[in-house]
Design a protein around this ligand. Structure first.
Ligand code: NIG
Ligand code: FE
Length: 413
């Protein structure tokens, strides 16, 4: 049975479909805003986009009067640590006393505390928790999500996390894209031999491929975690196994993870908060997308946000994301991150909308299905309680979503 929905009286419509590939540099500041438009959805797909006058009288099973509101593509979240056990509110006091993130980790807390909780949790518990967070993400207008493993760092728990993400992707209306982050920290078992930990994680590549449990392999390249050389060797192996690559790069110390991402042709370099001039230059001249995570810098209490302006001036393609995780960025609210991108990284509203739609979709290899409102695509659409696109980063900290439509179905209202 055909099902049709008409969204009419759209005040501003962002289709984000000006070009095919990721949008780089200055082009990110050019936004095509359609006014007084309507969108017709048929069987979960976009069927027509036209001025309101041309579509308003079309017959539809459901007609939604958008009352002059803003309508955009569903948002794409390209960097989350969705599946984890426990929580780390007890570390907040340490943070307030000024204990650095990497020191908490060195003392066996931080990521390692979540590793212990995730190892203990059953698959069912992790699944319920992941579904809860996905539901909350949906309420903020997110319709596609990347999810990393990385709180197991042994075969059993990494596989448990990846299977949970796969099952959540199958059962939840949101689309999920999975990343294997077995190389996320150095566990007690391997504290004297991190190379052996990497070998142990790499020994899972075949199985992860065979069971289709992840598309990307990621690593935390950081002081006290993995060096650039270790990361290069590990990621090259992942690439040889047919994985696309991501790197937690230059988050706290400028080790050169940004350059490594470019060298290896990684899909994304993530964080880049302390990327050097050379790193930024190389990023700008490459196809690697910079995924910036200002919520993490804010939450870790650091002053230095990624130099988005320089990256954009030099021509890089930028996406932004929550980095949702239990330690360094505990929020599902991508709209708050849009405000931080404006306030702390001085990104324009036009750049920010590219960063949460089309570029975020390309950052997780979903550029051809998500991030744009385009004839023939799945209808992932958000109606906002906002008069224009600039309003969302401006009015910060709250949820502006009116209605979320995922593949033509009303998900949240
Ligand atoms: O992106 N930097 C490493 N990984 C995460 C934090 C994970 C955690 O603290 O649990 C991040 O910031
Ligand atoms: Fe992260």
């Amino acid at each position: 049975m055909t099902q049709t929905t008409l969204l009419y009286n759209i005040g501003q419509l962002l289709t984000m479909d000006q070009q095919e590939g990721p949008v780089h540099g200055k082009a990110m500041n050019e936004l095509d805003v359609k006014e007084n438009y309507a969108v017709f959805i048929k069987d979960g797909k976009i069927e027509a986009i036209a001025p309101n006058d041309e579509l308003a009288d079309v017959k539809a099973d459901e007609k939604i009067d958008c009352q002059g509101k803003l309508v955009t593509p569903g948002l794409v979240e390209p960097h989350t640590h969705l599946v984890f056990g426990g929580s780390r509110e007890h570390e907040m006091a340490l943070k307030q006393q000024g204990v650095p993130y990497l020191d908490i980790l060195k003392q066996g807390g931080g990521i390692l505390s979540t590793v212990r909780a995730t190892r203990k949790a059953t698959e069912e518990e992790l699944y319920e928790k992941a579904m809860f967070h996905l539901n909350r993400m949906a309420t903020y207008g997110i319709t596609t999500v990347e999810a990393k493993s990385g709180y197991g760092m042994n075969h059993e728990t990494e596989l448990k996390q990846l299977r949970v993400a796969k099952k959540a992707g199958e059962n939840h209306p949101l689309d999920l894209v999975s990343t294997f982050l077995g190389a996320h920290a150095i566990t007690e078992e391997y504290k004297d031999d991190p190379d052996a930990l990497l070998d142990d994680m790499a020994a899972m590549f075949n199985q992860i491929k065979d069971e289709n449990l992840a598309e990307f392999v990621d690593i935390f390249t950081e002081t006290g975690v993995f060096t650039v050389e270790q990361s290069r060797r590990y990621l090259q192996k992942a690439k040889d196994h047919g994985f696309d690559l991501k790197i937690h790069a230059d988050e706290i110390d400028p080790l050169g993870g940004t350059q490594l991402a470019v060298e290896l042709g990684a899909k994304t370099g993530d964080h880049l908060a302390v990327a050097t001039d050379e790193g930024i230059k190389q990023l700008a001249g490459s196809d690697t997308i910079g995924v910036l995570l200002p919520g993490t810098i804010f939450y870790l209490g650091k002053g230095e946000f990624a130099r988005a302006r320089k990256m954009l001036e030099e021509g890089a393609a930028i996406a932004i994301s929550t980095d949702f995780n239990p330690g360094s960025s505990v929020t599902e609210n991508i709209q708050l991150i849009m405000s931080l991108a404006a306030l702390k990284m001085k990104m324009t509203p036009e750049e920010i909308w590219h960063a949460v739609t089309v570029n975020a979709a390309h950052a997780i290899n979903r550029g051809d299905v998500a991030g744009q409102i385009k004839k023939g695509r799945q209808a992932d659409v958000v109606i906002w309680d906002a008069p224009n696109y600039m309003y969302i980063p401006y009015h910060y900290g709250v949820n502006h979503v009116n209605t979320v439509i995922k593949s033509g179905q009303k998900l949240y209202k």
